[in-house]
Design a protein around this ligand. Structure first.
Ligand code: C5P
Length: 230
């Protein structure tokens, strides 16, 4: 028996997180935030001195792999925060992985085939327990190629940077549009052009551009697509 899998892929800031969460709630499915896995490995690799913020450095793939294999990672849905709590070696990771700096670390270690392979089974196993909504870059192409529904959610880099600015300002922080735009483009570039599991739509994915859509409209369109797919 295989449980239904819905894949929501695309770049950061396109709105995947919100759609994924709402679908998982509505269908009573588990949620897989695969980006969090790469963020955790990125953060741990940084803490271990294996990577720096300098994206031109040479990184020791074998050392990052060994570190990845030493981590025990578990997901626990949290209804209060509307997100999934992540436990690493039994400890909650919390919000410290959810910033752009750690996103950058994540995309640096995400280029390594051996590291991706080490995280593969953990992700696939989640579909053996219940229905799953999976959020990432390669859910529909690599991790769940035979998924029931695949969506690739994009938005222009400008629209995504604008959303990030609003988010930061709402959180009482400062935000520099140009700097954010540059960072977003650099991460897209790395994620889309790597050799292993680049971020791209699966051939059978619905392409949805959220640049001019609000979160609710995006959700309704994805939901309709899920219904249409049976
Ligand atoms: O989705 P999120 O922004 O949390 O992902 C952080 C980074 O992790 C991405 O920029 C990408 O480099 C990597 N990632 C990946 N494959 C996934 C999910 C995330 O390579 N399925």
């Amino acid at each position: 028996l295989r449980y239904p899998v819905i894949c929501i892929d695309g770049p950061s800031g396109a709105g995947k997180g919100t759609v994924t969460w709402r679908l998982a709630q509505a269908l009573n499915y588990q949620l897989l935030d695969s980006g969090a896995l790469y963020r955790i490995v990125g953060l741990k690799a940084f803490e271990a001195g294996l990577i720096t913020a300098d994206t031109n450095q040479t990184i020791d793939e074998t050392a990052v792999l060994a570190l990845t294999q030493s981590l025990e990672i578990a997901f626990v849905p949290n209804n209060e925060s509307g997100r999934v709590d992540i436990l690493v070696n039994g400890e909650a990771v919390g919000e410290q992985v959810r910033n752009e700096t750690v996103g950058g670390y994540a995309s640096q270690i995400a280029v390594f085939p051996t590291v991706r392979q080490a995280l593969l089974k953990l992700q696939q196993d989640m579909a053996t327990r219940s229905g799953l909504v999976a959020d990432g870059r390669d859910m529909g192409t690599v991790v769940f190629p035979d998924a029931d529904v695949k969506v690739y959610l994009t938005a222009s880099a400008e629209a995504r940077a604008e959303r990030r600015v609003t988010q930061l300002l709402n959180a009482g922080q400062t935000a520099d549009f140009e700097a954010i735009l540059t960072t977003i483009k650099a991460r897209d570039e790395r994620d889309e052009n790597r050799t292993t599991a680049p971020s791209k739509p699966a051939e059978d994915a619905l392409l949805l551009d959220s640049s001019t859509l609000d979160a609710n409209t995006v959700y309704e369109q994805v939901k309709k697509h899920c219904q249409d797919q049976g």
